[in-house]
Design a protein around this ligand. Structure first.
Ligand code: TUI
Length: 311
C-alpha cells in the first residue's frame, strides 16, 4: 500500500505506532519498525538521556526508519527535542501542545516533523511552519484527547491542508484503516492495538484488560480542568470522577494520578493504576505480534478498498 506517507517515511506499511507513555519503549518501537511500520519511542515525561539510550537500542534492533514522540508538557521537552536533533532521528512526532519553538531545530537537522493535532486550526498552523505531515487524532483515542471524533477530524483536516494526513483515534483493524483512507488519510496511527502485542513490554494484566474490554469500558477523566484523559474504567477513574464532581482542586487530582500509569503498565495494578486505552479496545481480541497486526490490517484494508464491502 503505497501512499505519500509511506514513500516519504520509507516504510512498507502505512502504519505508525502511537507514542504511548511507558508503553512505547525500544522493544515495541524496534519491533514495529523492523516489521515495516514506523515504530516510535514515547519520550513522555522521561529525561533526555533515557531517550538517547532508547534511540540507540532501536538502532541496534533495526536499520529501518523509526521516530521519537515528544510529549510537549514534559519538563524535559526542550532537552529531548535537542537529543532528537543531535541523534538525527528520522522522524519526530509531538503531542499535548504546539511544537512551534522546536521546528527550526528539527528541520535544520533533517528530522521529519509530524505534529499530532486534535483540531483543524493546529493542522493548518503546523503546515505553514513546515510540518511534513500531520496526525489528526480523534477523541476515540486513549490518553490525552481533543473534542472532535476521528470521523470528523480526518476529512476536515484533509480538506484544510495539502500535506498528507495520518488518521488516529480508535483505529485497530483493517475496516477502520480502509475507512480512514476513504476519509482522506494516507496512513494510520495505531496505539491500543499495539499495547496487546507480544513484543510490547507491558504487564500482562494491562494487556488482558485491553483484550477483555468492550465498547463502553473506557471513560474520560479530567474534563473539568481541561485535561481530558481516556482510560479503562476502574477504581482510580471512579474516585477521580467523584473528586471532580465535588470540585476538588486540580493539584489534588494531579497528586492522585502521579505515577499511576507506570503502576499499571509495569506493575500490573489495573485497579488503582491508570489504564490509558482507546475505544478500539473492544476490537482487540488476542495478543499477536506487531508484524501480524500490521499484515492483517493492511490486507483487510486493501481488500475493502479494492471494492469489497465485507471484511
Ligand atoms: O498527546 C497525546 N496523548 C497523550 S499524552 C499523554 S501523557 C500526559 N501526561 C501528563 C500530562 C499530559 C499528558 C497521554 N496521552 N495525543 C496527542 C494530542 N495532542 N491529543 C491532543 C493534543 C493536543 C491538545 C492541545 C495538541 C495541541 C493542543 O494545544 C495546542 C496549543 O496551542 O497548546
Amino acid at each position: 500500500m503505497k501512499t505519500r506517507v509511506s514513500e516519504r517515511l520509507g516504510i512498507a506499511y502505512p502504519i505508525i505506532q502511537g507514542g504511548m507513555a511507558w508503553v512505547a519503549e525500544h522493544h515495541l518501537a524496534g519491533a514495529v519498525s523492523a516489521a515495516g511500520g514506523l515504530g516510535l519511542i514515547g519520550a513522555a515525561s522521561a529525561p533526555a538521556e533515557w531517550v538517547r539510550q532508547e534511540i540507540r537500542k532501536v538502532r541496534e534492533m533495526t536499520d529501518r526508519p523509526f521516530g521519537v514522540n515528544i510529549m510537549l508538557r514534559s519538563p524535559y521537552a526542550r532537552e529531548v527535542a535537542q537529543v532528537v536533533a543531535e541523534e538525527k532521528v528520522p522522524v519526530v512526532t509531538t503531542g499535548a501542545g504546539n511544537p512551534e519553538p522546536y521546528m527550526p531545530l528539527w528541520k535544520e537537522a533533517g528530522v521529519k516533523v509530524i505534529p499530532v493535532v486534535a483540531s483543524v486550526a493546529l493542522a493548518r498552523r503546523m503546515e505553514r511552519l513546515g510540518a511534513d505531515t500531520v496526525v489528526a487524532e480523534g477523541c476515540e483515542s486513549g490518553g490525552h484527547i481533543g473534542e472532535t471524533t476521528t470521523m470528523n477530524l480526518v476529512p476536515q483536516g484533509a480538506d484544510a491542508v495539502s500535506v498528507p494526513v495520518i488518521a488516529a483515534g480508535g483505529i485497530a483493524d483493517g475496516r477502520q484503516m480502509a475507512a480512514a483512507f476513504m476519509l482522506g488519510a494516507e496512513a494510520v496511527q495505531v496505539g491500543t492495538r499495539f499495547v496487546a502485542s507480544t513484543e510490547a513490554l507491558v504487564h500482562e494484566n494491562y494487556k488482558n484488560r485491553v483484550v477483555k474490554a468492550g465498547d463502553t469500558d473506557t471513560v474520560v477523566t479530567g474534563r473539568s480542568h481541561n485535561h481530558p484523559i481516556r482510560s479503562l474504567r476502574n477504581s482510580m477513574t471512579r474516585e477521580y470522577l467523584k473528586m471532580e464532581s465535588e470540585g476538588r482542586p486540580f493539584e489534588e487530582l494531579e497528586q492522585m494520578t502521579l505515577g499511576s500509569l507506570r503502576r499499571a503498565v509495569q506493575e500490573g495494578d489495573v485497579v488503582h493504576g491508570s489504564v490509558m486505552c482507546g475505544q478500539s479496545a473492544g476490537l482487540v481480541h488476542e495478543i499477536i505480534s506487531c508484524e501480524e497486526i500490521m499484515k492483517k490490517m493492511t490486507e483487510q484494508a486493501e481488500k475493502l478498498l479494492a471494492g469489497g464491502y465485507h471484511g
